[in-house]
Design a protein around this ligand. Structure first.
Ligand SMILES: Nc1ncnc2c1ncn2[C@@H]1O[C@H](COP(=O)(O)OP(=O)(O)OP(=O)(O)O)[C@@H](O)[C@H]1O
Ligand SMILES: [Mg+2]
Length: 1372
């Protein structure tokens, strides 16, 4: 069945017919009862009839679910471009008297009536609609006549029958027929139907009929081709069988067409319903079934014998009755396939396998045979396979993306299968979706994967084989891509006709030549998805990056360092980021990069990354695909990159080579200034360019290089901590440069900004709190803003002004939000439009040659996308109009910019799109294009198309003028043009005139009784001009969509600018929403900067942005002040506020960690320019938030808990400036208490006394607190708790957490309370408590001993001085 389906894709033009022997007959028999109804319906009004008749016979069997699908499929086919979508309506019903005309015959009085066997009087649809009539003749004859050649009969005295009218004829047979018709006119319709006497169709008649129809369908094609051969000599209808050669050819097509009736609709292909429709699930088995006629023609093929056998076993008892009936019908029909068809089928056949096709396999099973054929291949077995260069698997250079396939094996394969194996040998790591007709098929190991991952069915046989219809590609490929597979889409880039034509050009075509050409059209991976019309729609809005990375490790006076060259791109948007930067030994900047721009796929050079980098990639990017490319040939060096970029002409209009290389500015900036050719990499840019080279190589391999690079959308990547000029940490740097608040990967993770630490989802994160964006591009921008908040207080203030401005116009905001909700993902749509419009792609890309069965669906999708983009931009304009009047009154410059119209408003940068949008509205009929998938440009839009139309019109006028001249010249008004297509414009001259005198230049072309037809040189010239113009019109139309999209894309800067502006608006609206609904009092943060003063931070009544409520109740707000004497009486609470370091103590579970995270998050929110959940919030801008929170290890990167802790601390000590905010939670607890305390103490000292950055340091080391209790650089605070029954026995103690952060140190940690809450057995707690008392005693004794020793070292020691210590000793 599938093979038949496969074939159908190329014969959809053929009208839907039924042969008595095929299932069509079954269908029509079932339809008989309803066809009567059709007539009745018909009688009730022609309007109804217009829509229903062609589909009716199929509707009749729609009670079976299969046929219900079938009908849908047929309808779908009707929508295909190969079948005219709609045609002339039918205004006739049985019993009508009409003028009917067969090609080559005059108009003939006739009677409309039902076909004697099918009881239908209509066939086909659209332009192919035909009506069954009986011609009033001696004896009467009947036939199917195209609806356009049927006209109502109005009597022999009507005007058109008179001389000069279209029905005029002097023929006695027609005169006689008119008399009969006139007589019948008097009768009632029923009576007239009794005149229908042709009721016994013979076998021959049927053939005639099919031929007639077929002849007609051919004629309608010929209409286009303008072949008048049929009409040169009028023939009698009885001569029709003489065209038997034609019949044969056409009948083949009839058979094929009827196949379409049973094919399943691609839309109906539901993998999860496969149990019920196993034979729909894959083209596989049936492809093979049908392909076997080829083997009949080709005795060498091993498949021949199994063909019949399989046919006998093709009906699967398990499948639904309807389905099995259909498969029987298919088999029946398959036997009617002519040898010509067979050879066509063979061209599409799935490649036969080498030694497979045993008859034992069952159709549609998910359980594999005991051992698949490919599993028996020795050279394919694990441990024995080699790569294309015959390197063994244990070879360091083994390339797992290729496979060595022995020649002797290839030679045994059938031509098609040989091609598959050749492809497989080049892409062993890729699943090949191999197009066979309208199906994608998967073979061998790929089939095994597809069955297990997609739940597809295996087809029968001993070789693994599966498949699905073309339309399901997006869905299935996406599942595999998300799971980390590479998927190759291999298309047929030749139709069987093209293949035949190709073979004809070859002297002795071999069987290898007689296979349709197939080409890899796309390789899709996780990091290279572009969501083209064939692919599925993106499931997520977030960016998915492909990261290419190159590294060198070196040493200088400061020690070891590493340098990275990076290039990353989101292929769904087409924006490239390229850069090179130096990094520390902890790879801090690389970690930050992967945190901000999380890649889904990473490409490195084989052997290049150092161990540390590998650890980062492995540890931070657990789910990302990673691939190592060969140095040089795949991971290009910088020079090769520049060379290829220049040669491929990605950045030149139309992609032509040699037009001079105009690299985008970012790349140009990486080229050495001394090289005028621009092919030498600039200093310090080699790694960046090399990384770009790897990216280009990979995209080229995936066949998306042209569409993406030609967007020329490049941005230099500079790590967030290197942005801006001046010395990092300096005031100037912070305020004046475009510096951003640096949030590295560790901080983003620790503070749960983008993803939570438990499930890795957005739940409970800051992003979730803030993200209320309506648009996808808004969401993406918000994430960028969140990863890099502002530092410049003026910019922060401006955003806050924007939020207030928006709060001031709530009605307008509501209106804008409603509009924004309707905006599609314009950013991705722009990228898709660019890709479709790309002249480069249309020229060279194999997709431009691919034969798609669902072409119309794709065209419609492309148009729908385009129109969605236009509508989206219209909405953006409406958004602007909503606030138009308020913009001038806004305080925020940013709002004035994004909502102001460029050129009209002083600050405005939103481009005026109205003229463009109007132009596009008028460009073509949107609704029609949407429905038909074809764009016909209106006048004035497409110069090529307009020119062609004008030329056609002009030449036609010239031809009419010429005709007038000839009429005068011959003195005969009756001279007319005759002919169609390339034989058009023959001057038909009555014989009487022609015999008298004909000018010499008249060249006889054809004759008919009483007439001679001529061409002249002038006519030939003019006809050539018409033909040429029509050809140009055709070409213009064909390429019209692409050129229109290209035309649209030319304005991409404006479209993109509009999207950017609205993205900012969307994010501001989102922040505004948060500012109004943060779950309690919200305040406008005051981020100020006064140079020379010590940075401070002051929060009053502040809450955690992500914890609105806790398990136990409301979240308790807190005050935190660091670095300055508090205002509003705060100094009374917290003492020395000049200290930049705050030591936080408190009981376990008292809320220390929560408080620290809260401070970090509030700084981020405030610097994003958003209100914060606090009563007041004032601070100096922070340049970087450092965190060392919680205990975690990176087992995957081979890093222990304490190592991670110390690495993070080391990074803090290295990079923190006095403007940083450092959050250290219980540093040192990962090791022995002494070591831990010592390290903690040293770090606090460094941060508090040297770095002087704002620090929150929580600890349970009470000795540490004592050490710093008198330090002016350190202040103390603790989370308060209430202890009841504090005594010797901890079980009697009750601790109530107050979650209030107050001044001073907490004397104890009340760890036993936490132990009890955690349900540690009471006796263990008691034992522990005893131990703790002992520890305490020992510690105190030790301290006293130390005290005594030091006192005795004092030469002036006296009893008075010793007394307190002695008193303490007495106490213990
Ligand atoms: N301000 C607050 N208001 C209400 N509940 C709070 C507040 N702060 C913390 N909590 C609650 O207390 C729990 C424990 O807080 P947290 O983990 O910060 O304690 P901790 O002092 O760090 O404890 P440990 O010393 O054991 O690490 C939180 O999960 C939260 O439910
Ligand atoms: Mg804690």
């Amino acid at each position: 069945m599938s093979k038949q389906r496969t074939l159908l894709s190329f014969f959809t033009k053929t009208p839907s017919l039924k042969s008595d022997s095929g299932p069509g007959a079954v269908a029509s028999k079932k339809a008989e009862s309803s066809s009567g109804e059709a007539v009745k319906e018909n009688g009730s009004g022609p309007g109804k009839l217009r829509r229903s008749p062609p589909g009716r016979p199929r509707t009749a069997v729609s009670s079976s679910p299969f046929f219900a699908r079938e009908t849908k499929a047929a309808r779908k086919q009707g929508a295909s471009p190969r079948t005219p979508p709609s045609g002339p309506a039918c205004d006739f019903i049985p019993g009508d008297l009409v003028w009917a005309k067969l090609e080559g015959y005059p108009w003939w009085p006739s009677l409309v009536y039902n076909h004697p066997t099918t009881k239908e009087y209509l066939r086909g649809k659209g332009k192919s609609l035909r009506i069954h009539v009986q011609f009033f003749d001696e004896p009467p004859t009947r036939g199917w006549v195209s609806v356009k050649y049927v006209k109502m009969y109005a009597g022999s005295d009507s005007k058109e029958v008179q001389r000069g009218g279209i029905y005029f004829s002097g023929k006695p047979e027609i005169q006689r027929a008119m008399v009969e018709a006139d007589n019948a006119q008097e009768d009632s319709r029923d009576k007239r139907l009794e005149l229908a006497v042709c009721t016994e169709p013979s076998e021959e008649e049927d053939e005639d009929e099919e031929m007639l129809v077929d002849g007609h369908s051919a004629a309608s094609e010929e209409d286009k081709e303008n072949n008048s051969e049929d009409e040169n000599k009028p023939r009698k209808r009885s001569s029709l069988p003489a065209r038997s050669a034609c019949i044969k050819a056409k009948r083949r097509r009839i058979v094929v067409e009827s196949d379409s009736d049973v094919e399943s609709s691609a839309d109906e292909f539901k993998p999860d319903q496969q149990e019920g429709s196993s034979d729909e699930c894959s083209s596989g088995i049936d492809e093979k079934d049908i392909s076997e006629p080829e083997t009949e023609a080709d005795p060498e093929s091993p498949v021949k014998t199994s063909f019949k056998r399989k046919r006998g076993t093709a009906v699967v008892p398990a499948v639904a009755r309807g389905v099995s009936r259909v498969s029987q019908e298919i088999q029946k029909r398959a036997t009617t396939v002519s040898s010509g068809t067979k050879s066509k089928l063979s061209a599409f056949s799935a490649p036969e396998t080498f030694e497979c096709q045993s008859s034992t396999g069952a159709t549609g099973n998910t359980s594999p045979a005991s051992m698949w054929d490919h599993e028996k291949l020795e050279w394919l077995k694990l441990g024995k396979r080699r790569d294309a260069k015959r390197r063994k698997e244990d070879d360091v250079d083994y390339d797992q993306s290729s496979l060595y396939v022995p020649d002797e094996f290839l030679n045994k394969c059938t031509p098609g299968m040989r091609k598959w194996w050749v492809l497989k040998s080049q892409m062993f790591d890729t699943l090949i979706f191999y197009k066979v007709g309208k199906f994608y098929e998967l073979y061998h190991m790929d089939a095994v994967k597809a069955v297990s991952e997609l739940g597809l069915m295996y087809m029968k046989g001993t070789w693994a084989h599966s498949g699905f219809p073309e339309i399901a590609f997006g869905r299935f490929s996406d599942v595999l891509v998300q799971k980390g597979y590479k998927v190759a889409r291999v298309e047929q880039t030749e139709t069987p006709e093209m293949m035949e034509a190709r073979c004809r050009t070859i002297a002795h075509p071999t069987k290898f030549d007689r296979v349709v050409r197939r080409e890899v059209c796309r390789i899709i991976t996780k990091g290279t998805q572009t969501y083209s019309v064939l692919d599925g729609n993106p499931s997520e809005s977030c960016n998915k990056y492909l990261l290419c990375l190159k590294e060198t490790a070196s040493a200088d006076s400061l020690g070891m360092f590493r340098t990275y060259g990076v290039c990353f791109v989101d292929t769904s948007v087409g924006k490239f980021h390229v850069g090179q930067f130096r990094d520390d030994r902890h790879c801090s900047r690389l970690r930050m990069l992967v945190a901000h721009y999380t890649p889904v796929q990473v490409l490195v050079e084989k052997g290049n990354p150092t161990l540390e980098t590998k650890k980062v990639l492995k540890g931070c990017l657990v789910s990302a695909m990673q691939e190592a490319l060969q140095a040089g040939s795949q991971f290009w060096d910088a020079s090769k990159t520049l060379k290829v970029l220049a040669e491929e002409g990605y950045f030149t209009e139309g992609g032509c080579e040699g037009q001079g290389t105009a690299f985008p500015p970012v790349i140009q900036g990486m080229v050495s200034e001394s090289d005028s050719l621009g092919l030498t990499p600039g200093e310090g840019q080699e790694l960046a360019l090399s990384a770009l080279g790897a990216c280009v190589f990979y995209l080229k391999n995936c066949l998306v290089d042209q569409e993406l690079l030609s967007m020329a959308n490049f941005e230099e990547y500079v790590p967030a901590d290197m942005v801006g000029d001046g010395l990092p940490g300096s005031a100037d740097h912070l305020v004046r440069s475009g510096q951003r608040l640096v949030l590295d990967g560790v901080t983003l993770t620790n503070l749960e900004v983008l993803r939570n630490g438990t499930t890795g989802t957005m739940e409970g994160t800051l992003l979730e709190q803030l993200d209320n964006c309506c648009t996808y591009f808004g969401k993406r921008l918000l994430k960028q803003w969140l990863c890099a908040p502002l530092c410049n207080p003026l910019a922060i203030d401006d955003r806050l002004d924007a939020i207030e401005d928006l709060m001031g116009v709530p009605d307008k905001v509501a209106e804008m939000l409603e509009l924004l909700k309707k905006v599609p993902d314009l950013e991705r749509l722009l990228s898709r439009i660019h890709s479709i419009g790309s002249p480069l792609k249309s020229k060279d890309h194999p997709d431009s040659r691919a034969v798609f069965y669902e072409e119309t669906t794709y065209s419609k999708k492309k148009i729908a996308d385009f129109l969605a983009a236009l509508d989206g931009f219209k909405i953006l304009q409406e958004v602007l109009q909503v606030v138009e009047v308020s913009v001038q009154g806004f305080k925020s410059k940013l709002l004035q910019q994004i909502l102001g119209l460029k050129g009209r408003d002083t600050e405005g940068i939103f481009p005026d799109l109205s003229a463009e949008l109007k132009r596009w509205d008028a460009a073509f009929d949107h609704q029609r294009a949407k429905n038909t998938g074809v764009i016909t440009p209106k006048a004035g839009f497409d110069p090529d198309y307009d020119q062609a139309l004008a030329d056609i019109k002009e030449t036609e006028i010239s031809l009419q003028e010429y005709l007038e001249k000839q009429r005068k010249r011959l003195g005969c008004r009756g001279v007319v043009y005759w002919g169609t297509g390339r034989n058009r414009y023959q001057l038909e001259v009555p014989e009487s005139v022609a015999d008298r005198h004909v000018p010499e230049e008249y060249e006889l072309k054809s004759t008919r009784k009483g007439f001679k037809r001529y061409w002249t040189k002038t006519i030939e010239k003019l006809l050539e001009a018409v033909n040429n113009a029509e050809e140009r019109r055709g070409t213009a139309l064909q390429d019209c969509m692409r050129r229109l999209f290209y035309n649209f894309d030319k304005n991409s800067k404006d479209w993109q600018a509009a999207v950017d502006c609205i993205a900012v608006l969307d994010v501001l609206l989102s922040l505004m929403h948060y500012s109004q609904s943060g779950g309690g009092p919200m305040c406008r943060p005051v981020v100020t900067f006064a140079d020379g003063t010590q940075p401070f931070l002051e929060l009053r009544g502040s809450r955690h942005p992500c914890i609105l409520k806790t398990f136990l109740g409301d979240f308790i707000p807190n005050d935190v002040t660091i670095g300055r004497k508090g205002t509003d009486g705060l100094e009374n609470d917290l003492g020395n506020h000049q200290a930049s370091c705050l030591l936080v103590t408190g009981p376990n579970m008292g809320g220390k960690s929560t408080l620290m995270r809260q401070v970090g998050l509030l700084v981020i929110v405030a610097q994003m320019g958003c209100y914060v959940p606090a009563e007041t919030c004032r601070f100096n801008p922070v340049d970087r938030v450092f965190t060392r929170l919680g205990a975690s290890d990176r087992i995957l990167s081979g890093e222990s808990t304490f190592f991670v802790e110390l690495s993070e601390t080391s990074s803090i000590l290295q990079h923190a400036t006095q403007h940083s905010l450092v959050l250290l939670d219980e540093l040192g607890r990962g090791t022995a208490t002494y070591d831990g305390t010592a390290i903690a103490s040293a770090v606090v000292k460094e941060l508090a006394e040297n770095t002087k950055c704002r620090t929150l340091f929580s600890t349970h080391y009470h000795s540490l607190v004592e050490d710093f209790s008198h330090s002016s650089a350190v202040s103390l605070g603790h989370m308060a708790c209430m202890v009841e029954n504090e005594c010797e026995d901890p079980s009697q103690e009750t601790i109530t957490f107050l979650y209030k952060f107050i001044e001073g140190a907490c004397p104890k940690s009340y760890g036993f309370n936490a132990a009890r809450l955690a349900n540690i057995p009471e006796e263990i707690i008691q034992r522990g408590h005893k131990k703790a008392e002992e520890f305490e005693k020992t510690t105190v004794s030790l301290r006293l001993f130390k005290e005594m020793c030091s006192l005795f070292e004092d030469p002036n020691v006296n009893l008075y001085k010793l007394q307190p210590a002695l008193k303490k000793i007495a106490e213990i």
